[in-house]
Structure formats: structure tokens, C-alpha cells
Design a protein around this ligand. Structure first.
Ligand SMILES: Cc1cc2nc3c(=O)[nH]c(=O)nc-3n(C[C@H](O)[C@H](O)[C@H](O)COP(=O)(O)OP(=O)(O)OC[C@H]3O[C@@H](n4cnc5c(N)ncnc54)[C@H](O)[C@@H]3O)c2cc1C
Length: 523
């Protein structure tokens, strides 16, 4: 994927069938699905692919144990159906990008006999709902078995544990792989291209083109399309009001923060679910590549880009870490952290709106504005991105294009880098190129089959095999590759989302910013 080439394709195109605004999980999923159904598609994002919420998640592919608990307690059938759909979708996400996702074992520590029974029943039900797509059997564990898996836990009050399974994904790179697959199937994809203003048919108010600005070059481009899709997550209201100023706001954002600690804190591969904090939240403590990810919080916030992790959030999350772990973790052991905004739908405003609203499932909703015909997809979660895309496209065929629905095939589309993926190939890189096993394994997990292309860059320039920074597996060739092949156009595109160094260790990431800036300048 090359930015200049994509700009050329945008300029050459007279009209697209669909212009998708927003290159997070939702928009990327729509672009891929639409392309697979034979439509001519352009996908744009004003920051980077997964530049906002889609790279700030807890990185779980899950039905949501907490949602199931709520569904049972409130006898809420819609909530139950949502958990079931997500659990079934979990298998598809794991299967379609084996390099970027994996099953994850989690333990809920229990502090008395009744908690042990309560969570065993809950997790059995969670496993039962996933049916044939269950990852592995959930299980009650004795205190000793629990400590064997997570020896760092405080043992004094521990009574037992309940083991269950979900999935984990590399959210930023997973989103990129969806974009790359869309592009490989014919979509035009552009990051750092901001939607600024719609132009409408004067007689009926229907959208006909979009003015955009390239935030890298400063150039303006106009995009003509039959259908405009608003997949801007937390920013959805701004695009809705750009299309029709009479539409009332629908989105509320809820802020979630994470801290990243080094692996000394928790060395094994099993995560912890804290099922109930003092204020009724859920916190996960998850092995995440070479770190431990702790999160998340959940509180109302104002809409902003790239919200910063606050000190009170670090204190809150560390307090829970220290309740569960024998060894006290100090604030200076925090290596990194990030916060994101959940795009939550305000369903109660639905009836007051001047639009045809199709409520497809409680979790997400496709809205088609009666006047402008803007299609907005709102709410949802990472795990259901593909279903959200499917629902959006089906509605577009029915309500906007007024055509028979072309069948969705994304369920079987293995994503870029995942075709015939063989993790064991890392060994060949070690043998042939003399790099460390750590680097070779990291390359396989981040780039899948394309890892070979990175090694080939080092054949001409041997110094590209050098580590980018000590104590981390990344090599210099990766910086060049992600700029040349993955449309990374800013320091954060490279270090935060393509390599992921910034979310492992902020200080290490800062130290290589000048190097990355220099390579970007030369490209
Ligand atoms: C803290 C936290 C933890 C979470 N954990 C999980 C989890 O573990 N599992 C799970 O399934 N879900 C999780 N979620 C939910 C999930 O991350 C989100 O539902 C999902 O990422 C939303 O994706 P999106 O594409 O709708 O929005 P976004 O990722 O925010 O994408 C919207 C895009 O639109 C772009 N945009 C905005 N305005 C414009 C414009 N004018 N022109 C062009 N582009 C524009 C933005 O730059 C942005 O990239 C979590 C969310 C949060 C906040």
C-alpha cells in the first residue's frame, strides 16, 4: 500500500459506489465487505487506520462475561443474544487472522466458597452459549492450581479460581490487516485525509460529493460517491450534522484507561479477570506480548482526539494490581499507558429524531438519514466489527441502492498476512538471516507472511538488521517497511500502531523518534 498511489487512484476515479468515512475497525470492516461484494469503494480516515478508539481497546475478542451476568440478572433477552453473537464471532476473528490473534486463558480469583460456585456456574454458561465455537472447557481450580498458573497472586485470602477462555487481538495491526485486505481486493484507502464538507443535490438534499483535505500535503480532494457511510465511532455526530444539521446528537463517549507494566509483575500466559471493583467495574490484567496490560476504567467524558492517560487513572488501576499481587508494584514500574473513548449510543433519543432508524441489535445501529441518505453505523465493539459491516451493507442494498442484497462473504476472508500462516517459519529467519529468535517471532506475530519481505530488505542493507532500540525485539528494517508498504506517515503511525513500541515502553519509543522522523523525511 502506497499513499501516493492511492491518491492517484482517488484522482482518477469519477465516482465511487461507497465512500466510507472513518478507518477504525468499523469502517475498515465495511470497506472490506463492500469490496468483496463487488462495489467500488474508498475508505478515508483523518488520522491513521485505527488511529482512535480501535487501537485503544483492551484487545479482547469476547462476548463479555459482565454482559452475560447483566443479561441473566435482568432477564434481558437482547443482551443475551448480543453475547451469543459475539461469542460466535470470536471464532471467526481468531480464524481469519491467526498471526494477529490467539486464544487467551483467564482466571477469576475467588475469595470464598460461594464465589467459587457462582463464577463456575457463570463461566460454564458462557462456555455453553458459545456452543461448538467454545475455545476450551472452563474449569474450577483449587487454590494450589490457581497459584500454579499465576504464582504472583496474593495467596493469603485466595480460596480458589475459575479458569475460562476468550480471545486476544493486536487491535491496531488487526485493523490495518482489514484495510490491507480491502485494498488488495480493489478499495482505495487513505489515512490522514479529513472529511470536511458534503455537497448536496439542491432539489432533494441528497449527498453527492465530499470535500476532503490531505493533512500530510495540504492538498484538497473531492470525492463523488453514490453512498456515504459514516463510521467515525465517537465522532459520528459531527459527520451526521455535517450531512443534516437537523439531526440530534446520538453518541455519548465513555472513557477507558489502561496502564502497561513490565512482565516481571506476571510472568505466565494466564490473564486475570477482576469481576467486580468497589465501583462495580471489571478489570483485566492480561499478558500482552512482552508486557502486562491492566484495564480498564469506565466513566463519562468529553469528545476529544487522543485522550491522555491521567495520574488518577494510574493510581486507580495500580491500587487493584496491588490488591491482587504479592509484590507491591510502584508507579515507576508503569512503562506506558493509553486511554480511549467508547462510542455509546443514546437509544432514548431514537424516537425524537428525524430519520429512519433501523435497530439491528441493541449493541449497534444503522441509521439512514431520510433527507441526505447518509448511512451512519454507531455503537458496537471490536469483536462484532464484521457483523456491523454486514448489517450496514445489507441495509445499504435494501434502503439506499434499492437492489437485491449481494451475499456477504467476509466470514471466510483470511486477512492480509494470514494466508497459509506458519508461525514456526520464524526458525528459518534465524537460520538464514542470523537474527535473534525473539526478533524473528515478533516479526511473524506482527506481519504474518509478510515478515519475509522485511527480511529481504536487510539483504541489500545489512545494518537494517540492527535493533531499533536495546531490550526490544524490533529491527530498523521494520521502520522502512511500514513507511514504504503500510502507509505509515507520522511518527505515531510507525511507533504506536505499526510496531507497537510506544505502548510497550514510552521512554524507549521517545528515544527513537528522531530516527523515525529522519526516515519519514527521506521517504
Ligand atoms: C477503553 C476501551 C476498551 C475496549 N475494549 C474492547 C475489547 O476488549 N473488545 C472489544 O470487542 N471492544 C472493545 N472496545 C470497543 C472497541 O474498541 C470500539 O467499539 C471500536 O474500536 C470502535 O471502532 P470504530 O471504528 O467505530 O471507531 P474508531 O476506532 O474511533 O474509528 C473512527 C475513525 O473515524 C475517524 N474520523 C473521525 N472524524 C473524521 C473525519 N472528519 N474525516 C475522516 N475520518 C474521521 C477517526 O480518525 C477514527 O480513526 C473498547 C473500547 C474502549 C474505549
Amino acid at each position: 500500500m502506497n499513499r501516493q498511489e492511492q491518491i492517484g487512484k482517488l484522482q482518477a476515479a469519477k465516482e465511487f459506489d461507497i465512500c466510507v468515512i472513518g478507518g477504525g475497525a468499523t469502517g475498515a470492516g465495511i470497506a472490506l465487505d463492500a469490496t468483496l461484494r463487488g462495489l467500488k469503494v474508498i475508505l478515508i480516515d483523518k488520522s491513521d487506520f485505527a488511529g482512535q478508539t480501535s487501537s485503544k481497546s483492551t484487545k479482547l475478542i469476547h462476548g463479555g462475561v459482565r454482559y452475560l451476568e447483566q443479561a441473566v440478572k435482568k432477564l434481558d433477552w437482547e443482551q443475551y443474544k448480543m453475547v451469543r453473537k459475539s461469542l460466535r464471532e470470536r471464532e471467526t476473528l481468531l480464524k481469519n487472522a491467526p498471526h494477529l490473534s490467539r486464544p487467551l486463558a483467564l482466571i477469576t480469583p475467588c475469595f470464598n466458597f460461594f464465589e467459587g460456585i457462582y463464577y463456575t456456574i457463570g463461566m460454564k454458561m458462557y462456555e455453553w452459549i458459545s456452543g461448538s465455537q467454545s475455545i476450551a472447557k472452563s474449569q474450577w481450580l483449587s487454590k494450589k492450581e490457581t497459584l500454579d498458573l499465576i504464582p504472583e497472586l496474593k495467596s493469603k485470602r485466595l480460596s480458589s479460581g475459575v479458569l475460562y477462555y476468550d480471545g486476544q487481538l493486536d487491535d491496531a495491526r488487526y485493523c490495518l490487516a482489514i484495510v490491507q485486505s480491502a485494498e488488495a481486493n480493489g478499495a482505495v484507502v487513505l489515512n490522514h485525509l479529513q472529511a470536511l464538507k458534503f455537497n448536496k443535490n439542491e432539489d432533494n438534499g441528497r449527498l453527492k460529493s465530499l470535500n476532503t483535505k490531505d493533512l500530510i500535503s495540504g492538498n484538497d480532494y473531492s470525492i463523488n460517491a453514490k453512498v456515504f457511510v459514516n463510521a467515525t465511532g465517537p465522532f459520528a455526530d459531527s459527520i451526521r450534522q455535517m450531512a443534516n444539521s437537523k439531526l440530534r446528537p446520538r453518541i455519548k463517549v465513555s472513557r477507558g484507561a489502561h496502564v502497561v507494566l513490565s512482565r516481571e509483575v506476571m510472568k505466565g500466559e494466564t490473564a486475570i479477570l477482576v469481576p467486580k471493583t468497589d465501583d462495580g467495574r471489571v478489570i483485566f490484567m492480561i499478558p500482552w506480548q512482552d508486557q502486562v496490560l491492566i484495564g480498564t476504567t469506565d466513566e463519562a467524558d468529553e469528545l476529544s482526539e487522543n485522550p491522555k492517560l491521567e495520574d488518577y487513572e494510574k493510581t486507580y488501576l495500580l491500587e487493584y494490581v496491588n490488591r491482587y499481587f504479592e509484590k507491591t508494584v510502584m508507579p515507576d514500574q508503569i512503562k506506558s499507558g493509553f486511554a480511549g473513548l467508547r462510542p455509546l449510543l443514546q437509544a432514548q433519543l431514537q424516537s425524537a429524531m428525524n430519520s429512519d432508524t433501523k435497530s439491528l441489535v441493541r449493541d449497534h445501529e444503522v441509521e439512514i438519514d431520510r433527507r441526505s441518505k447518509l448511512v451512519s453505523i454507531m455503537g458496537g465493539k471490536w469483536t462484532t466489527y464484521r457483523l456491523m459491516a454486514k448489517d450496514t451493507l445489507d441495509e445499504i442494498y435494501k434502503e439506499v441502492l434499492k437492489k437485491e442484497i449481494v451475499k456477504c462473504t467476509s466470514e471466510h476472508e483470511v486477512l492480509y498476512g494470514g494466508e497459509d500462516y506458519r508461525y514456526e517459519d520464524w526458525q528459518e529467519f534465524v537460520n538464514k538471516y542470523g537474527i535473534s529468535a525473539w526478533t524473528a517471532q515478533n516479526l511473524m506475530k506482527k506481519y504474518g507472511n509478510n515478515a519475509l519481505k522485511i527480511m529481504q530488505l536487510t539483504e541489500k542493507q545489512i545494518e537494517l538488521k540492527d535493533l531499533l532500540v536495546p531490550n526490544h525485539p524490533f529491527i530498523k528494517a521494520e521502520v522502512l517497511y511500514v513507511i514504504q508498504e503500510e502507509m505509515a506517515a507520522s511518527v505515531d503511525d510507525v511507533l504506536e500502531r505499526r510496531l507497537g513500541l510506544k505502548i510497550r515502553n514510552e521512554a524507549a519509543s521517545r528515544s527513537v523518534e528522531p530516527y523515525v522522523q529522519e526516515i519519514l523525511g527521506r521517504s
